[in-house]
Design a protein around this ligand. Structure first.
Ligand code: NAD
Ligand code: IPM
Ligand code: MN
Length: 367
């Protein structure tokens, strides 16, 4: 098979982690006899520096003509980088939001799984870590607060800022259908997370999710308020299978879920529409504090590349080969610095970003 991939390295640690993910993809293709071609695109701060905008029309058309997009991360330090003196529509994040919207990537899948080897890196109390967890956060990605009208104006002598949160039934229905379909292939449980005790958009969310559920009675549905969910994730994460939620709640809850897997450097993601096309990126950002030091954890990006093989190309064995390599490398005791527990370090070996990539490449084999 020939894989045409548009590649966005981005800013900060982006180029470092994407380099390692490409190494893994190249090895998979070599092992399984596929051909891969990358077309590089600038997005985020690097595109602002080159073209004055965070995403050019040409970059969008290259992304659209590829089979899938592999991405690192974009953005800089939001307090100190000159990119954040620009008007909001010209800042790095605007490029990513535009790409998600242009490609209609409404379903964002963020799997949070605790590898047994990472129990010592999990900040939960021992009992919860020992139980383990395996959940999939399904975040709506092209609606809600991120895409509502926003404005700031002077009203009666003081500045008033407004951000609007809007959801259409159709937007809720399509993500709910995807969540139930995916739950059917997992442990058949959906917990839908909202704030229906306060928000109209959440009350509509609940109603539409319940309607969709009528076609999926083999899947259990529960509703949970988002504040309770934030707490339950820390108390008893094993209760979650598919977590279905709107854009902003999903952004926040997925960062929380990432940390209980050991590090935000472990959380991969796939952003999908109704075709085979997808954008695959780690859930974390550009980590400006560690950029250029070769210490970032590339695993979230590598696992995102595995999701790409599975969802955009139906290459299950190839995706599993990457996932197995991650399991083996952790079992063999290699850790990037973010995963190093404070105790029992002597059994483990510290790996830099590029060393972790090399260790994974060695373990990717066609069985
Ligand atoms: P961040 O996720 O970049 O970093 C938060 C913390 O996690 C930092 O201490 C960082 O060093 C650490 N971290 C993140 N990824 C890591 C990895 N792979 N290995 C080891 N440690 C890792 O979040 P932030 O600092 O709030 O945001 C920085 C910039 O990234 C901002 O401009 C933000 O807008 C952007 N951002 C981009 C994306 C994206 O491209 N999808 C996602 C989130 C944030
Ligand atoms: C993410 C990021 C983005 C989001 C930012 C960079 C716009 O935090 O992918 O989780 O909020 O969606
Ligand atoms: Mn986020």
């Amino acid at each position: 098979m020939k894989l045409n991939i548009a590649c966005i390295a981005g800013d900060g640690i982006g180029p470092e982690i994407v380099r390692e993910a490409k190494k893994c993809l190249d090895k998979v293709c070599k092992e399984f006899g596929h051909e891969i071609e990358y077309k590089d695109i600038l997005m985020g701060g690097c595109s602002i520096d080159a073209y004055g905008v965070p995403l050019t029309d040409e970059a969008i058309s290259i992304a659209k003509s590829a089979d899938a997009v592999l991405m690192g991360s974009i953005g800089g330090n939001t307090s100190t980088s000159p990119w954040y003196k620009l008007e909001p529509s010209l800042r790095p994040e605007a490029g990513l939001l535009k790409l998600r919207k242009e490609l209609n990537l409404f379903a964002n899948l963020r799997p949070a799984y605790l590898y047994p080897e990472l129990k010592d890196s999990c900040p939960l109390r021992e009992e919860a870590a020992n139980k383990g967890f395996d959940m999939l956060i399904m975040r709506e990605l092209t609606g809600g607060l991120y895409f509502g009208d926003r404005y700031t104006k002077d009203i009666d002598g003081e500045m008033v800022a407004t951000d609007t949160l809007t959801y259409k039934e159709s937007e809720i229905r399509r993500i709910a259908i995807k969540a139930f379909e995916i739950a059917r292939k997992r442990r058949k449980s959906v917990i839908s997370v909202d704030k229906a005790n306060v928000l109209d958009s959440s009350r509509l969310w609940r109603k539409v999710v319940e309607e969709v559920h009528k076609n999926y009675e083999d899947v259990t549905l529960e509703h949970m308020l988002v504040d309770n969910c934030a707490m339950q994730l820390v108390k008893e994460p094993s209760q979650f299978d598919v977590v279905l939620t709107e854009n902003m709640f999903g952004d926040i809850l997925s960062d929380e879920a990432s940390m209980i897997t050991g590090s935000i450097g472990m959380l991969s993601s796939a952003s999908l529409n109704d075709t085979k096309f997808g954008l695959y990126e780690p859930s974390h950002g550009s980590a400006p504090d560690i950029a250029g030091k070769d210490i970032a954890n590339p695993i979230a990006t590598v696992l995102s590349a595995a999701m790409m093989l599975r969802y955009s190309f139906d290459l299950d064995k190839e995706a599993t080969a990457i996932e197995d390599a991650v399991k083996t490398v952790l079992k063999d005791g290699y850790r990037t610095i973010d995963l190093m527990p404070s105790e029992e370090k002597e059994k483990l070996t510290l790996a830099s970003c590029h060393e972790m990539g090399d260790l994974l490449v060695k373990r990717i084999v066609c069985k």
